[in-house]
Design a protein around this ligand. Structure first.
Ligand code: NAG
Ligand code: NAG
Length: 129
């Protein structure tokens, strides 16, 4: 009889341990996945002297002399719908090389330093459309 209980206690561990490991893995994955989404982008409202908005990849804004460009952290125009480095899934997550890194407007200005650019406003977007 005693042996029967011992056997069952062992079996319970054999069943519960993998479940705990699976749950921990799942929670870890959830955290990793959400932190790997690259949906933060910024629309810069800028002014450029002597050239058109398109000279640095933007387009005409709402007011005369005002331009718009939506960039990623590396200061470059956003390609597609997210700011991932490498390919991402449809939601902009799990990007091959993580998110593009950089200093946003500072990088936009320094990458285009042959132009005279004044960033008037930065509008942040945190979610996919
Ligand atoms: C310029 O960007 C602002 C902020 O995102 C937006 O409200 C506005 O519609 C944009 N204008 C044009 C012409 O794209
Ligand atoms: C993109 O990923 C590559 C490889 O990891 C890295 O060298 C590069 O700096 C990344 N680019 C940006 C803008 O984060």
């Amino acid at each position: 009889m005693e042996q029967f209980f011992l056997k069952h206690r062992k079996m319970r561990h054999l069943i519960i341990a993998p479940l705990l490991i699976a749950a921990a893995t799942w929670l870890t994955l959830i955290g990793v996945v959400s932190s790997e989404c690259c949906n933060t982008k910024a629309t810069l409202n800028y002014q450029i002297t002597y050239y058109g908005c398109g000279a640095v990849g933007g387009r005409t804004g709402d007011a005369p002399g005002s331009c718009n460009i939506t960039i990623c952290a590396n200061g470059e125009v956003m390609m597609g719908s997210h700011c991932g480095n490498g390919t991402c899934n449809a939601a902009g997550c799990k990007c091959a090389e993580g998110c593009l890194q950089g200093r946003w407007a500072k990088d936009f200005i320094s990458k285009n330093n042959e132009y005279s650019i004044k960033v008037v406003d930065t509008i942040w977007h945190y979610y996919p459309k």
